[in-house]
Design a protein around this ligand. Structure first.
Ligand SMILES: [Zn+2]
Ligand SMILES: [Zn+2]
Length: 97
């Protein structure tokens, strides 16, 4: 299965992270999430936290242009993946099926 396929699988399962996610990224996202979750209501922080995550190259092709954040679950702000414009569009195409 190709890269995009794996990410789509992750999105559908809502359990496992995409294989492209590094341990380091995962740890820092977790820390950030935890710290803010203690203080504030979920919704507000979910919205805020995603803007603190630095933009990363597309999970599928590694492009750094036109990067979009794709959220699978807004109650879990660290569940964000980065996709270029093209792959983001593709993701939503699959998602709506
Ligand atoms: Zn891409
Ligand atoms: Zn999206």
């Amino acid at each position: 299965m190709d890269r995009l396929g794996k990410i789509l699988e992750w999105c559908k399962s809502d359990r496992v992270r995409p294989p492209a996610y590094s341990e380091k990224t995962r740890a820092s996202l977790k820390r950030c999430n935890k710290r803010h979750a203690l203080k504030h209501p979920d919704r507000f922080e979910a919205r805020k936290a995603r803007f603190k995550i630095p933009v990363q190259p597309c999970e599928v092709c590694g492009s750094e242009d036109n990067i979009h954040r794709h959220h699978h679950n807004y109650s879990k702000p660290d569940d964000v993946i980065f996709l270029c414009k093209a792959h983001h569009a593709e993701m939503h195409k699959w998602d709506s099926n």
